[in-house]
Design a protein around this ligand. Structure first.
Ligand SMILES: [Zn+2]
Length: 171
């Protein structure tokens, strides 16, 4: 049997790269937290269900209840196709208790890096921000270089975040 990850949108399979696969915890309380984090409607894990290490803030789980890695927090809960015309991925941690909800929003762009880079947004989400990783050149049908810009592209991304039910203000 090939081990695969139960998170929606995650394509990790055992044997590819350095990803670990975890069983759901036996402890009922912690198990419920993991199930809530995975956010699949009316869904329960089986003894064969696995969650991969990519969904933990530091790339591995932790048995310390005070650690941000105790409960998985990094998911693609909103598919890119729902985000409008721009190319981006939204990250938000449903378990974060440090801020009052909704979350402060961030549009996350790298200065001169090509394509869609998601790791910083995932880290921001694990610390209580709703972060939109936004690609703005060198990705799919976007301009190939930094020289061409269409300002409405950025406006649309900002508007999406401002209107989002999980976002309270924009940083
Ligand atoms: Zn996964």
């Amino acid at each position: 049997m090939v081990l695969s990850c139960c998170a929606v949108g995650c394509k990790n399979r055992a044997g590819r790269g350095s990803v670990s696969f975890y069983c759901f915890p036996a402890n009922q309380e912690l198990r419920e937290k993991w199930i809530a984090a995975v956010k699949r409607d009316g869904w329960q894990p089986t003894p064969y269900t696995r969650l991969c290490s990519d969904h933990f803030a530091k790339g591995h789980r932790d048995s310390n209840p005070l650690s941000p890695n105790f409960v998985p927090s990094i998911f693609h809960h909103t598919p890119t196709s729902l985000c409008g015309q721009y190319h981006g991925t939204e990250f938000c941690n449903p378990n974060w208790c440090g801020w009052p909800r909704p979350f402060p929003g961030v549009v996350d762009m790298f200065g001169g890096s090509v394509g869609l880079l998601e790791y910083r947004s995932a880290q921001l989400a694990s610390r209580g921000f709703a972060s939109l990783a936004l690609a703005f050149f060198g990705y799919e049908d976007l301009p190939k270089s930094l020289e061409e810009f269409n300002i409405t592209y950025f406006e649309e991304a900002v508007e999406f975040l401002l209107k989002h039910e999980k976002v309270c203000l924009l940083l």
